[in-house]
Design a protein around this ligand. Structure first.
Ligand SMILES: Nc1ncnc2c1ncn2[C@@H]1O[C@H](COP(=O)(O)OP(=O)(O)OP(=O)(O)O)[C@@H](O)[C@H]1O
Ligand SMILES: [Mg+2]
Length: 268
């Protein structure tokens, strides 16, 4: 049975543009129903990783803890950011349960350690066991703040968790849902003439990276640019699709291997 990872971008299920700590449960429900439908029609195992939107990025910025956690107030910020991500995760858990999916939350802060913002240890044994126990269990992870050997604590983005897990668990496909149709020649939110880049491979990776800017919204993990850099760094040999998860049908079609508009990345 094939194993897929689906990243649900924080941008697509929160008020990221308005920078408000609010989850759009209806949008999460729509995605959960599409997962349910796809599971009925095609057999696959699934791991979900959701992003943070303002539930993470806003707190990290307000507390000023993207460069390390040292004093009393930083420590409060670290704990509050984790608490806040659990608030968002709870919305996912409730909606998945409502729809009849067996979502199983995994706290990144309890199984990941970083050094200078890079994952140095990640105990994925439990995730493996859950998937072995049943094809219907969907481990759900999220961007979080975790212990960091050099910085006290640091942000681990969903975009970093996805490639790490994909490589370690040798998954068959990675789907990254966000709030735009893929990677464009410029930020499509501010450039109406921006063109969709349909494929990224070794030949055009560096030119694409030059064109892609950080997100216009508050994103402490460098938005779209950070996403591509993480993929390029550690996702060799696994097909990645960046697509618009806000468009109805896209999630189901992507999970069923049907055609979906987006950017395909394949690096040897
Ligand atoms: N060249 C580009 N192509 C596509 N999007 C771009 C580009 N440059 C900047 N962006 C911006 O990147 C944003 C997506 O990145 P962002 O990190 O905000 O989303 P996300 O990863 O889905 O959310 P989160 O980080 O909360 O999980 C888009 O909304 C878009 O405005
Ligand atoms: Mg992001």
């Amino acid at each position: 049975m094939k194993t897929y990872i689906l990243k649900i971008g924080g941008s697509s299920v929160t008020e990221k543009d308005a920078n408000e700590r609010e989850a759009r449960a209806d949008d999460i429900r729509g995605i959960a129903k599409e997962i349910k439908n796809a599971k009925k029609k095609a057999g696959f195992r699934l791991i979900v990783v959701h992003g943070a939107g303002p539930f993470g990025h806003k707190l990290v910025k307000d507390y000023g803890i993207n460069d390390g956690v040292r004093g009393v107030r930083d420590i409060e910020g670290f704990v509050r950011t984790h608490n806040s991500m659990e608030d968002l995760n709870k919305v996912f858990m409730d909606v998945f349960r409502e729809v009849g999916l067996l979502g199983f939350p995994i706290q990144p802060s309890a199984c990941i350690v970083q050094d200078n913002r890079r994952i140095t240890s990640f105990d994925t044994g439990i995730i493996d066991r859950l998937l072995e126990m049943s094809n219907d269990i969907i481990p759900i992870l999220y961007g979080d703040m975790v212990i960091d050997e050099s910085l006290g604590a640091s942000v681990v983005s969903g975009d970093a968790i996805v490639p790490y897990l994909a490589r370690k668990l040798k998954v068959d496909k990675v789907l990254m849902g966000t709030d735009v149709d893929g990677i464009f020649s410029a930020d499509p939110k501010t450039n109406p003439d921006a063109k969709l880049i349909e494929t990224i491979g070794p030949g055009n990776l560096s030119t694409v990276l030059e064109k892609v800017s950080e997100a216009v919204t508050v994103d402490v993990t460098q938005g779209m640019k950070g996403k591509i850099m993480k993929i390029a760094e550690s996702l060799q040999g696994i097909e990645v699709l960046i697509f618009n998860i806000k468009k109805k049908g896209n999630t189901e079609n992507a999970l069923r291997d049907l055609k979906v508009k987006g950017t395909r990345i394949m690096l040897p």
